[in-house]
Design a protein around this ligand. Structure first.
Ligand SMILES: [Zn+2]
Length: 191
């Protein structure tokens, strides 16, 4: 999937979570950092390719990409697996802990938001022809549906005209069906 679709998928997963879990009070700063963490999580697994969108968004991203991408073993390896997900969960957790005295936000919410973005990426990539090596280092790629021919080609017509608009429709539905909850979040819970 393209970065644009991953951004939207991460946002959709976050909106779905907000719709389904009980609301908690949070600061505006936490809301903004959590939103950014969700986007970063949604693009993070693709840091294994030097052309990843995330690299372009970082200052001197090209330099880092040349250092880090070889460590991840090539596109769609460890960062696209349960093991990689666990690894990035730990890393982001300790990074948030380490910065907690500088970054005055609810790091727990920010962390969850990052994980939701990351998870959404792996699920979306599972729908593509290449599939995802969920059980890395076992070299099997999983995809849905299991027959490759029915899966999506990255950047292809199905992604552009079915998956992307489909995600927009899901968001419209969520806002419509749970409008009270979203309004409550904006008016009463974010301080
Ligand atoms: Zn990916």
């Amino acid at each position: 999937m393209t970065g644009r679709t991953h951004d939207l998928a991460a946002f959709t997963a976050l909106a779905g979570t907000i719709a389904l879990v009980p609301l908690t009070k949070l600061s505006l700063a936490t809301a903004m950092v959590a939103f950014s963490a969700n986007m970063i999580g949604g693009l993070m697994p693709d840091i294994d390719q030097p052309t990843a969108d995330l690299w372009h968004k970082l200052p001197a991203g090209g330099l880092y990409s040349r250092l880090i991408t070889p460590l991840l073993g090539g596109h769609r390896y460890i960062s696209h697996s349960i093991l990689g997900f666990a690894l990035f969960s730990f890393l982001s957790y300790y990074l948030l802990q380490a910065t907690s005295h500088v970054l005055i936000v609810d790091s727990h919410l920010v962390w969850w938001s990052f994980l939701i973005g990351y998870g959404s990426h792996l699920i979306m990539d599972t729908l593509t022809k290449e599939g995802v090596p969920w059980l890395f280092p076992i070299p099997i790629r999983f995809g849905l549906p299991p027959m490759k021919i029915f899966r999506v080609r990255t950047g292809g017509l199905v992604e552009k005209f079915l998956i992307f608009p489909g995600l927009i429709i899901i968001n419209v539905y969520l806002v419509y069906a749970y409008h009270n909850k979203f309004l409550q979040l904006l008016h009463h819970y974010i301080r």
